[in-house]
Design a protein around this ligand. Structure first.
Ligand code: SF4
Ligand code: SF4
Length: 119
């Protein structure tokens, strides 16, 4: 399911004003029941090489729509490996208001899923 995602990881190449411009993200981590060990594996720091690499996974129409209309049109598909989360349905995140934290994150492991709820 595509998620209305809020992301605080502003140093990620996909982040546009706390929204995610990726078409699809992958959330991973330990099944330990804590948000801070669950992270966005799609995070990539803002570097020229990553800007080129992101082209295959960018939601171009959504990014343009959001910049022009300010309407929330960035809703990435969220693939998640955390089966102990209540919001995981067969490897897909089914929450419509996913929050990824990590305002100072400079690599993927420093981000976190703030919406995790243990089954
Ligand atoms: S950290 Fe993940 S959710 Fe946040 S902008 Fe980057 S790819 Fe999107
Ligand atoms: S809310 Fe749950 S299912 Fe969704 S990304 Fe976070 S850990 Fe995965």
């Amino acid at each position: 399911m595509a998620s209305d995602l809020h992301c605080d990881a502003s140093k990620c190449v996909y982040n546009i004003q706390q929204r995610c411009s990726a078409s699809r993200i992958q959330v991973k981590g330990m099944e330990a029941g804590q948000a801070d060990v669950i992270f966005c594996a799609t995070f990539a720091p803002r570097k020229i090489s990553n800007m080129l690499g992101m082209i295959g996974n960018i939601n171009l129409l959504g990014s343009l729509g959001e910049l022009i209309s300010k309407a929330p049109s960035l809703k990435p598909e969220v693939v998640c490996s955390i089966t102990s989360c209540l919001k995981n349905n067969g490897g897909a995140c089914v929450t419509e208001d996913l929050i990824i934290g990590g305002i100072a994150s400079i690599h993927a492991g420093e981000t976190s899923c703030q919406s995790f709820i243990a089954r």
